[in-house]
Design a protein around this ligand. Structure first.
Ligand code: PGA
Length: 238
């Protein structure tokens, strides 16, 4: 069975209480979605909500992911959160290299590879975001890391063209076919299990079509994951 992955990236759109209430109010719907054996649902709230949401969802099949992590294991890095803390509070996934972190936090390809190494060390599955402009260069550092890692360590690549994030415009199916074929060929050269996701303006109207594209194993959803009806519609229609 081809399992589909759905990542809800809530960015910094909700306050602490709003995020907790969102989960509490919709826990039944979230857990029904996550219980389906052909779907994996990963909720990615802000750092402050990770632990309470991890507790709230502990007896469901929902997975919890962070939106970033420090490239260092521990030490004098004011304002950073390490991968071991994420593992301790029940995060099984972590987004890294999001175009917003690259733009606003000046995250580089080298940082992304270091963050990936920190996550691997804790057995957390990285959701590595890429946009077209950096596909080739980013893979150099990442693949070097993969050759030194446990070949069983899973990773996820999320292709998120900047022009599609929050704009309502998705690339053409033809373009996506080409990109995902290329990504699949690059990743296949390494033994580590991987999944390929598409992200950027995913909506109930385009989700099922996106998931018919060969090698797309799931979706990274921003805005549409903040409304339970659109989120459920995306997961159910897919
Ligand atoms: P969007 O965001 O679905 O709101 O376009 C996706 C993302 O940035 O992860």
């Amino acid at each position: 069975m081809n399992k589909k992955t759905f990542v809800a990236n809530w960015k910094m759109q909700l306050t602490f209480h709003q995020a907790i209430d969102f989960v509490k109010e919709n826990i039944d719907q979230f857990s029904i979605l996550a219980k389906q054996s052909d779907r994996e649902i990963i909720l990615c709230p802000s750092y402050t909500e990770l632990y309470p949401i991890s507790l709230l969802t502990s007896d469901t099949h929902l997975q919890i992911g962070a939106q970033n992590v420090s490239p260092y294991s521990h030490g004098a890095y004011t304002g950073q959160v390490n991968a071991s803390s994420l593992a301790e509070i029940g995060c099984t996934y972590c987004i890294i290299g999001h175009s917003e972190s690259r733009a606003f936090l000046h995250e580089t390809n080298e940082d992304v590879a270091q963050k990936c190494a920190q996550l691997f060390a804790q057995g957390i599955i990285p959701i590595i975001c890429l946009d077209e402009a950096i596909i080739e260069s980013q893979f150099v550092e990442l693949f070097e890391l993969f050759t030194q890692s446990d070949p069983e360590q899973e990773y996820i690549i999320a292709y998120e063209p900047i022009s599609a994030i929050g704009t309502g415009n998705i690339p053409s199916i033809e373009h996506l076919n080409k990109i995902f074929k290329k990504l699949n060929t690059l990743c296949k050269n390494h033994p580590n299990p991987f999944r390929l996701l598409y992200g950027g303006s995913v909506h109930p109207d385009n989700a099922s079509q996106l998931l018919t594209i060969e090698h797309i194993d799931g979706l990274l959803i921003g805005g549409a994951s903040l409304n339970i009806d659109t989120f459920v519609a995306i997961v159910q229609n897919a």
